[in-house]
Design a binder for this molecule. Structure first.
Ligand SMILES: [Zn+2]
Ligand SMILES: [Zn+2]
Length: 397
């Protein structure tokens, strides 16, 4: 961590806290106090000052510089967005800075920053860790519960740093009027969905990073229509998920009869073939629940390792990522998507990975993500992918 170059500096002009921030012994941030620089206070908060400090920090190889409270707080983070919040009270890049500051709440005597130390951040994620959930749905699709804002608020409550809103793309290749109901939002809702997401992103800036996404089905033969949707909005990210084989949604619990009389190996082949094609389209930032075909427990007779690996190699060639989708734990498959074996292969191939709960209820936001992170650490992952403006950035977790 410490030897990596710094991308951004966050800084916080503190007016509330009267005491020095005491960092714990084992804190990865090193402490540096500088009274004279602190006295420069807000008047010195300009680009040149911070650029200078960036160099200074790199020379000293410090991850963070903490001035006495009442002055200026600085922290080096590797987060993508700049957040300017709360007027003159504090400036922040990313969302971690003030939480770090408020960690020692007893000493600081409380401060007015939203969420402050109550976020549970240190308990849940540990120092320097960032909690993210990049796969969520909401009421528009018809089969999920809760408004987008409820998910965002819940995200703040459970101490998420980033929440990805990723509702299902409207149906393209089947007529919603005579298909199964409650599959996805109607097409005319899409602009309102995007608008609402960006509104929330703005509204909750400084409290949580909202990322605006879409779970974009890959449907063979519909590439033009998918491309039109993917390119019509300024998404932060688009998930490529294969739910449909033809008109059969293999992830729909109402459609499991589709397996009846099928050669399961052939179904798996069709599925993984579609995943490979999805990866190659260039439409997507990552592939969702890459082995979701196992969802209902219809196990094929043969070995599908080669098919799984071929799909991962297609992902690798496309230069995109995949997700660890924890929702598999509550399906008959009773394991996450993908399996541990595939995760090991993902690591070998150097494919970036993000995580998501696939929550369809605000209460399920972040569900099983503790287990997901533990599994990833066990396998050997050290970073997770985050996305903004369709650019990927790796963060520690
Ligand atoms: Zn859904
Ligand atoms: Zn899905």
């Amino acid at each position: 961590m410490l030897h990596q170059p710094f991308d951004t500096i966050s800084y916080c002009y503190v007016t509330d806290c009267k005491n020095t921030v005491n960092l714990a012994e084992n804190d990865p941030f090193k402490r540096f106090t500088c009274k004279s620089a602190a006295k420069k206070q807000r008047s010195t908060v300009n680009a040149r000052f911070w650029a200078m400090f960036d160099v200074f920090l790199q020379v000293l190889c410090l991850r963070a510089v903490v001035f006495d409270a009442g002055d200026v707080f600085l922290q080096v983070l590797r987060l993508p967005s700049a957040v300017f919040d709360a007027g003159d009270v504090f400036l922040q890049v990313g969302v971690v800075g003030f939480r770090s500051l408020c960690r020692n709440s007893a000493a600081c005597g409380g401060c007015s920053f939203k969420n402050c130390h109550r976020s549970g951040f240190w308990k849940q994620g540990g120092a320097g860790a960032l909690l993210i959930d990049y796969h969520t749905h909401h009421a528009r699709c018809g089969h999920a519960v809760g408004e987008l804002e409820e998910y965002v608020k819940r995200g703040i409550e459970i101490g998420l740093h980033e929440i990805g809103l990723s509702d299902h793309m409207p149906l393209l290749h089947v007529d919603p009027a005579d298909y199964y109901p409650e599959m996805a939002m109607p097409m005319e809702e899409l602009p309102r969905y995007v608008e609402e997401c960006f509104g929330l992103k703005e509204k909750y800036k400084g409290q949580i990073n909202v990322r605006v996404g879409l779970e974009g089905d890959y449907i063979e033969g519909c590439e033009d229509a998918i491309h039109a949707i993917v390119s019509a909005y300024p998404w932060d990210y688009v998930i490529g998920s294969v739910h449909f084989l033809g008109t059969w949604d293999v992830t729909d619990f109402r459609q499991t009869a589709g397996w009846d009389g099928q050669d399961r190996m052939a179904v798996y082949e069709r599925y993984y073939d579609a995943v490979g094609k999805a990866a190659a389209t260039g439409f997507y930032d990552y592939i969702g629940h890459i082995d979701v075909i196992k969802r209902f427990g219809y196990k094929p007779d043969g070995d599908v390792t080669d098919m799984e690996d071929a799909a991962l190699e297609a992902v690798k060639r496309a230069g995109i990522a995949i997700e660890l989708n924890a929702s598999g734990l509550r399906t008959p498959a009773a394991e996450m998507f993908p399996s541990r074996r595939m995760l090991e292969r993902v690591l070998d191939l150097g494919i970036p990975l993000t995580i998501g709960s696939d929550a369809h209820h605000p209460e399920r936001l972040g569900q099983y993500l503790d287990e997901a992170r533990a599994l990833l650490k066990e396998v050997g992952f050290r970073q997770l992918a985050t996305f903004e403006g369709r650019k990927r950035r790796m963060i520690d977790f």
